[in-house]
Design a binder for this molecule. Structure first.
Ligand code: PLP
Length: 395
């Protein structure tokens, strides 16, 4: 059954490939409703759809887990922004990753970066490891290390760039070339950069995954995940898994992410601008030992970031003198930055990765420094953010 086809009652903007990023963010997959002229994609709550005859749904939709109009609009829009023909929405970033990884068979191996998001590592190591799928976490900043780690069982290279929380940048194009020469698939987690700053598929990635909970949703009010791809085998796999396993977002969640995406470009511009000012403050501060930000010329990945990103993002990490105690104190002393997990929304957040988001990787190759603080720079007035960090660091 056609579940990703167009909705003839929502026609009028089919040629979205020809338009610019910001236009597609607002219009791709979201034509005016021809019944009412409504300019906003409706939240289609119906779980089932009328059929003209047995097995002939009126508009391509039959049951809402399989496909529904709000999800279809969101999938079309975000796939278009990621330079992909196909997009699949899931109920969380982890559900998206899991749905993609179900492609693997017992005996297969995954190579991943040694600073991947802790939750991705936990899923790969603890859940897939149980199913006899092995992994090797390596330093992907040296793309040749892939050749050393590669075995005949390796099927996937999984990378994040910039990484969470150390903001390391790796060369997508180079890693894609090596992975393809070796016969594998390259999956890129584009959560930190978003398609506004970086388009992994145009750099050779076979699929892009997202935690839509972050910049795509952008307002800390929806959990979601996404996979975009042009690879026909992955399209077949994901279409099947999305329906068969059913880790799908509700129509309301789809609506929220779609609404967030409309302002992604302007929000990202402001996140980047504010992050740059925060980095200047931190780089000069006597209590700050090291700043991790790909926009810094001194950053190891700066030149790669300049080539493959259009700006450097809104995430900044730094270490402080005074060790764990000082890192905890600073994290708990801000007033405008909220002490909380997650990232990528309009409000600024601060957290201690070792104790909070990355506690699950303690003792592994992915363990993070104990004096590390991560901030998600929001879009508030920059003067307030600078003042807040200054007072927290002076404690
Ligand atoms: N990928 C990255 C880079 C993340 O930071 C996260 C969550 O923090 C995820 C994936 C998982 O996404 P979710 O929390 O939406 O399941």
């Amino acid at each position: 059954m056609e579940t990703h086809g167009g909705d003839p009652l929502m026609s009028g903007f089919e040629d979205h490939e020809d338009f610019g990023f910001e236009t597609r963010a607002i219009r791709a997959g979201q034509p005016h409703d021809s019944r009412t002229g409504g300019v906003v994609t409706p939240i289609a709550l119906s779980t089932t759809f009328a059929q003209d005859a047995v097995g002939q749904p009126k508009f391509g939709y039959e049951y809402a887990r399989t496909g529904n109009p709000t999800r279809h609009a969101y999938e079309t829009c975000l796939a278009s922004l990621e330079c992909a023909q196909h997009g699949f929405a899931f109920s969380s970033g982890m559900a998206a990753e899991d749905s993609l990884l179900r492609f693997l068979q017992p005996g297969d191996k995954i190579i991943l970066g040694n600073d991947a998001y802790g939750g991705s590592f936990r899923l790969i190591d603890k859940i897939y490891g149980r199913n006899k799928i092995s992994n090797e976490a390596i330093d992907l900043s040296d793309p040749n290390s892939i050749k050393e780690a590669w075995t005949s069982e390796t099927k996937i290279v999984w990378l994040e760039t910039p990484t969470n929380p150390l903001l390391n940048v790796v060369d997508i194009q180079k890693i894609s070339n090596i992975t393809h020469e070796l016969g594998g698939l390259l999956i890129v987690d584009n959560t930190f950069a978003t398609p506004y700053l970086q388009k992994p598929i145009s750099l050779g990635a076979d699929a892009v995954v997202h935690s839509a909970t972050k910049y795509l949703g952008g307002h800390s009010d929806v959990v979601g995940g996404f996979v975009a791809t042009n690879d026909e085998k992955l399209v077949e796999h994901l279409s099947f898994i999305q329906n068969a396993v059913g880790a799908v977002p509700s129509p309301f969640d789809c609506y929220l992410v779609l609404r967030g995406i409309k302002t992604l470009a302007v929000r990202m511009d402001r996140h980047c601008e504010n992050a740059k000012a925060i980095v200047s403050l931190l780089s000069e501060h006597p209590k700050v030992k090291q700043v991790f930000y790909p926009g810094l010329e001194s950053n190891k990945g700066h030149e790669i970031a300049k080539n493959q990103m259009t700006n450097f993002g809104g995430m900044v990490s730094f270490t402080v003198s005074g060790g764990l105690a000082m890192a905890e104190k600073v994290s708990a002393s801000t007033k405008v930055f909220t002490l909380a997990e997650s990232l990528g929304a309009v409000e600024s957040l601060i957290e201690h990765p070792g104790i909070m988001t990355h506690a699950s990787v303690a003792g592994s190759a992915l363990e993070v420094p104990e004096d590390l603080i991560r901030i998600s720079v929001g879009i508030e007035s920059i003067e307030d953010l600078v003042e807040d960090l200054e007072q927290a660091l002076s404690i």
